[in-house]
Design a protein around this ligand. Structure first.
Ligand SMILES: [Zn+2]
Length: 182
């Protein structure tokens, strides 16, 4: 009987103190981490370090195809998001999410210079960005891409990000072209 009581006592003590110990440890660390996880790109824009690393890899690969990616807007502070939202509400600026609702505030969203939805840059992003964990999330904003590696699926082998078959190697393509000409 007394052993059972003792067990209960230990169990209750663990229940009481374990969550406090965990919370007390985790909370300040999380707050401090948010600021330190931002890194600055060469053009001055900031991103979460994971998003920045993926973006740099994507930018380097795009460049091999003569596509030059440029971040017009990355991380935004709460104050900046509020200013943008207020301008939008007054009809003086482009669409902006409510402060606290934008992934720009977490450094995980990028507004890229795409020059429209019929440009090689946009086309390249549609075909390739998923391989780097980036996806479009706002229907009306083709320039807005978010780093969401967990919910962004890699393409099937031999396919691009929207399921189109990858272009055949150049040798085959030129063979087809020469057949068509003759
Ligand atoms: Zn955006």
């Amino acid at each position: 009987m007394s052993l059972a009581l003792l067990r209960w006592g230990v169990f209750l003590l663990l229940c009481l103190f374990a969550p406090h110990a965990l919370a007390g440890d985790a909370k300040p660390r999380r707050t401090a981490a948010r600021a330190s996880k931002l890194v600055r790109l060469k053009n001055g824009q900031m991103l979460h370090r994971d998003a920045a690393a993926a973006y740099q890899r994507m930018k380097a690969e795009a460049r091999t195809k003569n596509i030059y990616l440029w971040v017009r807007s990355g991380y935004r502070s709460h104050a900046k998001q509020r200013r943008l939202y207020e301008r939008y509400r007054k009809g003086k600026g482009p669409q902006a999410a409510k402060p606290g609702r934008s992934n720009h505030q977490r450094g995980l969203a990028v507004d890229l210079v795409i020059g429209g939805v019929k440009t090689p840059t946009y086309e390249w992003l549609v075909s390739n960005a998923c391989r780097f964990g980036f996806k479009r999330t706002v229907r009306s904003e083709p320039w807005h891409w978010e780093y969401r590696p967990r919910s962004t699926r890699e393409p099937e082998p031999g396919r691009d990000c929207v399921g189109r078959p990858l272009k055949r190697p150049r040798r085959e393509t030129s063979a087809v072209a020469s057949t068509e000409k003759s």
